[in-house]
Design a protein around this ligand. Structure first.
Ligand SMILES: Cc1cc2nc3c(=O)[nH]c(=O)nc-3n(C[C@H](O)[C@H](O)[C@H](O)COP(=O)(O)O)c2cc1C
Length: 193
């Protein structure tokens, strides 16, 4: 099949799917939550995590003020909550109250942590920089909240117990299933010629 070359993208979905997370913030005396699909681990030691947030988001202002953020990973069953916090702004409302989001106590920061998250990073801002129309926030993970039973002994998310919501773009979400998992050993395949 022929490929086409495009110089300007209409939507920017080609790299998806990505786990859709909920980024939380505390600043200007307020708590907030937003959906975030543009996020990424950057370093293991120290543990650094990056989130890309448009300057138009209220969350941008809160992260700049509070110098902290949380990255919350919720199960597929809560994909509608992701759409709720991604389809509303904290400028006009308290999302925690409106969407009945339950909090767990943060340990090392003041950012709200979602009780229903199977994993959540509390991050202290170590750097930020504007790239185009988004701000790249780099946080040091100062502690991680983990639902132990959501992970295997190898610390891999256990798809028998939790299915992370994968975002495809265009408001489409996908639940990965256990049946599609394959073990493909890099040691074996790295030596195959
Ligand atoms: C699945 C999904 C992923 C999103 N990913 C991002 C993202 O990575 N960065 C961003 O700035 N906005 C992203 N958004 C949009 C924000 O979540 C949305 O604009 C939200 O209303 C911002 O809330 P706030 O103004 O309270 O900060 C995403 C929205 C959805 C639904």
């Amino acid at each position: 099949m022929a490929k086409v070359i495009v110089e300007e993208l209409k939507e920017f979905y080609q790299h998806f799917p990505t786990v859709a997370a909920i980024v939380t913030s505390h600043g200007l005396g307020r708590d907030n939550a937003m959906a975030c699909a543009w996020h990424c681990p950057l370093s293991r030691s120290p543990a650094l995590y990056g989130v890309s947030v448009s300057k138009r988001r209220y969350s941008y202002e809160l992260i700049i003020d509070g110098k902290e953020f949380g990255v919350n990973f919720v199960p597929f069953e809560l994909a509608e909550l992701i759409a709720s916090v991604g389809g509303s702004t904290g400028r006009d409302m308290d999302k925690f109250e409106s969407f009945k989001i339950e909090r767990a106590e943060p340990v090392k920061t003041s950012v709200p942590i979602l009780k229903d998250a199977y994993a959540a990073y509390e991050c202290k801002l170590v750097d930020h920089r504007t790239y185009g129309d988004h701000e790249w926030f780099v946080g040091e993970i100062v502690c991680t909240h983990l639902l132990k039973e959501a992970f295997t002994d190898e610390e891999v998310v256990d798809l028998e117990r939790v299915s992370p919501p994968l975002y495809l773009g265009a408001e489409l979400y996908l639940a990965p299933s256990r049946e599609t998992v394959r073990f493909i050993d890099r040691k074996v395949y790295g030596e195959r010629r």
